[in-house]
Each structure stands twice: as C-alpha cells, then as structure tokens.
Ligand binder design. Structure first.
Ligand code: A3D
Length: 319
C-alpha cells in the first residue's frame, strides 16, 4: 500500500511542528507548502526533519514547495497559512488578512487536492473554516476546524495539575467557538469517569478553583501569546491537529471536539462551531448532540452569536 500524503499549507511555527509530529508518527509522506518568499523555509524545515528521520527511525519523504502542484493528491491538508496574533491582539483582529489568505489557499486545494480531508487551524478559526468550506465547495464532512482538541487539552492539563493525576485519566469537553466565549463544560469533564461536580462534593477541589481553571482555559491562548510575545502557541495546536489527522487516516473514529458545520444540531444551521464529532475515514462521520442545561445553552448561544458576527465580517472582507 502506498504511503498517505499529508500537505501542510503554511510552513511557520505550527506547520514545522506538524511536519515533525507527522513524521514521528509515520503518518505518511509530508509536503510543507508556503508562499514563494518562504519557499526556502518550507524546504529547509523539510530537509531538517528528513535528517532527523534516521535518528528517530521513521520513513517519510519530506519536501518543501511554493507551487500548489506540490500538494497534488494529498489525503490530508492542514492549513495554518496566515498570520498569528501578537500581544494585545484578539483572534478576531486577524480576519482582514487571513480571510484573503484562506480564499487563495482554498482555491489551490480545490484544484490540486480535491479529495483531501481539510483541517483548518488559521484564526479566527470558526469563520476561517467556514470560508474554506465555502471556497472549496467540498462536502462539509471533509472540512473541519481544529480548536476544541486544543482547548480541551489545555483544560485537561490544568485539571490534571490541580488533581495531581495523570493527564491520561482526565477527559474534558469544550464547546462553542474558539474565542473568549468558548464553553468549557464542567459537567461533561471527568477524572477517570467521575464528573467534576462530584469531585467538588468529594472535597478534591473547590468550586472556586474549578471556576479559575475554566477561566484560565478560556484565556489559554492569550496566556501563551503574553509569554512568547512574538507569536502564538504552536506545539499543542500542532499535536491537536495531528490527533484529528490520525483519526481520519487510520479510521480510528475518535470522538473529538472540532469545529463542524451544523445542520440543525444545537438549534444552529449552516454555521461552523465547536461540537463533539466522530472522525473516521469518512471525515466527520457524526455530529454528537449532547444535552445542555440552561446555563450551558445560554453560554453556547452567546458563543454562536459571536461566531455569527465574525462570519458576517469575514463575508465582507472576503467579498
Ligand atoms: P506563522 O509561524 O506565522 O506561520 C504562518 C505561515 O503561513 C507563514 O510561514 C506564512 O508565510 C504562511 N502564509 C501566509 N500566507 C500564506 C499563503 N497565502 N499561502 C501559504 N502560506 C501562507 O504562524 P503560526 O504557525 O504560529 O500560526 C498559524 C495560524 O494558526 C495563525 O492564524 C494562528 O492564529 C492560528 N492558530 C490557531 C490556533 C487554534 O487553536 C485555532 C492555535 C494557534 C494558532
């Protein structure tokens, strides 16, 4: 069986980390793509990682390109093309530049990798993945946004730290848009199956501490931007997108929170927003509709309204 092909559009901080992780996991052959001015960066990172392969013991062909012919026939395309935020910027401030980038990248993917499973990471996430699906015209099951896996990984890390347990035993759900209005769900997050509210009752933590962790999760991206000063997070975002790509490539049918196009679920129609989905060989094979209580519903609706507003701005910018 021939190796799978993974195209990474955007060879920046996340793109380079994606290439390394995809190589280490032997997911397939890897193409790093960037604009002509950064072709050397794409080729340099590809060569550098290829030279790590003998040490780490993985077989992947790594190449760099600035011509869309390079991504031809890709099974998975992960898009990080665009600009990241700097201190003081919100994700929404990026829409002016990134909407134009997504429009051109979408056209390239449509022409050269029409059968790919497309994972968008570029911010503002929910609006950019919606634009990508619109520009490519691909089946919404094959165009998905990465945010929830990252947001819930941050939540899991903070919870594991609080409870002094393995991160492996903490599950967490974050719903809604990837922004300040995201909805980390306390009820649906657990330690070894024990819901967080029960852990408060058991005296493992306090409601106050949980509230702080929820807020830190919401601010997780800004916390890293504030520390790095030169850009935004890239290790955990890359690991999160690779988990989604792997579930598709290996038909693992993992249940992951992703930005998916809703068609009436949660009372939303035609909008990309973060919800739990099953990712398998068919892409987004199922959108899971969990029951929300009144507070969760109100927060989710607030998040939907914020995404809706951003989609309208995006439509104006993208033309
Ligand atoms: P960065 O290191 O700047 O890499 C972006 C790359 O995109 C650069 O190498 C650019 O040259 C390239 N690029 C720009 N325009 C094009 C184009 N038209 N075609 C191809 N490549 C292009 O940024 P990064 O890797 O740190 O972040 C990339 C994106 O991910 C940003 O928009 C971030 O805001 C976003 N991001 C999202 C999350 C989510 O959880 C959704 C998390 C972290 C970062």
């Amino acid at each position: 069986m021939a190796r799978k092909k993974i195209a990474l559009v955007g060879a920046g901080q996340i793109g380079g980390t994606l290439a390394l992780l995809a190589g280490l996991k032997e997911l397939g052959d890897i193409v790093l793509f960037d604009i002509p001015d950064f072709e050397g960066v794409a080729k340099g990172k590809a060569l550098d990682i290829a030279e790590a392969a003998p040490v780490e013991g993985f077989d992947s062909t790594l190449t760099g390109a600035s011509d869309y012919a390079g991504i031809a026939g890709a099974d998975v395309v992960i898009v990080t093309a665009g600009v990241p935020r700097k201190p003081g910027m919100s994700r929404d401030d990026l829409v002016g530049i990134n909407a134009k980038v997504i429009k051109s990248v979408g056209a390239g993917i449509k022409e050269h990798a029409p059968d790919a499973f497309v994972i968008v990471i570029t911010n503002p996430l929910d609006a950019m993945v919606g634009l990508m699906q619109q520009v490519t015209g691909f089946d919404p099951a094959k165009v998905v946004g990465m945010a929830g896996v990252l947001d819930s990984a941050r939540f899991r890390h903070f919870l594991a730290d609080e409870f002094k347990v393995s991160v492996e035993d903490v599950t967490a759900f974050v719903l809604g848009g990837h922004g300040d209005t995201m909805v980390p769900s306390v009820r649906y997050s657990t330690v070894a199956g024990i819901p967080l509210p029960d852990l408060v009752k058991m005296g493992w933590t306090t409601q106050e501490k949980l509230d702080q962790i929820v807020q830190r999760t919401r601010d997780g991206g800004a916390e890293i931007v504030g520390l790095l000063k030169t850009g935004s997070a890239f290790y955990a975002p890359a690991a999160s997108a690779i988990a989604m790509a792997e579930s598709f490539l290996k038909d693992k049918k993992r249940v992951l929170p992703c930005a998916a196009k809703l068609t009436g679920q949660y009372g939303v129609d035609g909008l990309y927003i973060g919800v739990p989905v099953i990712i398998g060989a068919g892409g987004v094979e199922k959108i899971i509709e969990i029951e929300l209580n009144a507070e969760e519903k109100a927060n989710f609706e607030k998040s939907v309204a914020a995404v809706q507003q951003l989609v309208e701005v995006t439509a104006k910018v993208a033309g």
